[in-house]
Design a protein around this ligand. Structure first.
Ligand code: ATP
Length: 372
């Protein structure tokens, strides 16, 4: 529904945005992140038609912003960083004013304004002067002016900035609800807000998009392995055999206390992490005999899993494993059933996620290099 293609806006040689390229599909809530001065507001102002790009094209629902500006703008609602409110107007007179401005048909205006009062919790404040509203209520009114004409795309520039924690929760809830009916582009400096609200994240740095990814795939995008952490009850070797026999499992590590305990029993030097590589077992399908060419490596000490009893914690003991799968495939169900079938209770399983904070810091603190 939105296509931003090769869009640039240079204010001078250094400042502005260069060759921004991304699309948004209907129903998406996209978080737009970047350090101060990265180019978020400039990009949003071009998308909403407030600023003309120096190059590239912006299309909304097939309508080019440069050729069909008014029609394209009618499909967009925009809440700038500072809501465009008139302090001397009452809430009601302001809503009438923006309904006119946004060409809401006169016969529909009363109903539409009522919907806005309902949706944004503004009932009872119709006659209040805008200047006497709290910041949270001003933001609600700002959202009302952005959606009064039922736009397809909602562009929100730091909508929770400057609000107190309660107001932030309220506005986030409103954004979540609005996201059910509108496509939303949301800029923010609050990274957890993106995890809470968005199904995609764009990071802009020094005027260029440096990341476009789903929040749950950040690790993959950064070339990091996605791994599962398991806690399983039962004998170490047998559990390792069961887990490593799964065809898509490529690596198993024993982590944490269980293994240290097992090592001490055998008077092996303390080694909290072991690695078992299963990349080349030749397994092709589930249920096949596993050629357990698997070794548990502890520093220079190697233990073959085919020698039973070498690592055998007492019954009732649990082990913690880190499991990596081929091409980040989802092996959670397979692990669950394999361990259940083998009679080893799975006590915990969680995915190790790369945090948005890590990714943001890595992508936006690099020096201004030639290819930045
Ligand atoms: N009207 C303007 N004239 C000159 N330079 C400008 C203008 N507007 C923005 N800039 C510059 O363009 C760059 C991008 O600014 P922009 O406001 O888009 O960043 P931002 O990511 O929204 O930052 P913030 O998070 O601080 O709001 C900055 O270097 C800024 O100084």
């Amino acid at each position: 529904m939105l296509e931003v293609k090769d869009v640039s806006k240079m204010f001078d040689e250094r400042r502005g945005v260069q060759q921004i390229d991304f699309t948004m599909e209907r129903g998406e809530i996209v978080g737009f992140l970047g350090p101060n001065g990265a180019g978020k507001t400039t990009t949003m102002r071009m998308i909403t038609g407030y600023l003309n790009p120096t190059g590239g094209s912006i299309t909304i629902d097939g309508l080019s912003m440069s050729e069909h500006g008014a029609k394209a703008r009618s499909k967009i609602g925009y809440l700038p960083e500072t809501p465009p409110l008139y302090p001397e107007m009452t809430v009601m007179s302001y809503l009438r004013f923006v309904a006119d401005l946004r060409n809401v048909p006169v016969r529909e205006q009363k109903k539409r304004i009522n919907e806005m009062l309902d949706k944004l919790g503004l009932h009872g404040r119709e006659q209040q002067l805008i200047r006497s509203l709290s910041k949270g209520f001003k933001q609600r009114l700002g959202l009302a002016q952005a959606i009064i004409h039922k736009p397809d795309l909602l562009v929100l520039d730091e909508p929770t900035s400057g609000l107190d924690p309660n107001q932030i929760i309220e506005i986030r809830q409103l954004i979540r609800e609005l996201g059910e009916q509108h496509t939303v582009l949301l800029s923010t400096h609050i990274l957890p807000e993106v995890n809470m609200l968005c199904n995609r994240v764009l990071i802009i740095h020094q005027g260029q998009i440096v990341l476009d990814e789903r929040p749950d795939r950040l690790g993959t995008a950064m070339g990091q392995e996605v791994s599962l952490h398991l806690e399983v009850k039962g004998p170490t070797e047998s559990i390792i055999q069961v887990v490593s026999a799964l065809p898509l499992v490529t690596e198993v590590q024993i982590v944490g206390d269980g293994f240290q305990e097992a090592c001490r029993k055998e008077e092996v030097d303390e080694a909290p992490i072991t690695t078992m590589d299963h990349t080349d077992t030749g397994l092709e399908g589930a249920g096949q005999e596993a050629d357990l060419a698997v070794q548990v490596c502890v520093d220079n000490y190697e233990l073959s899993t085919s020698q039973p009893g070498v690592l055998s914690p007492q019954s009732g003991e649990t082990i913690k494993l880190r499991v990596v799968s081929q091409d980040h495939s989802d092996v959670r169900e397979a692990l669950f059933y394999a361990l259940a079938d083998a009679g080893y209770p799975l006590l915990e399983m969680k995915r190790e996620m790369t945090s948005l904070e890590d990714v943001f810091t890595r992508l936006t603190t690099e020096e201004d290099s030639g290819d930045a």
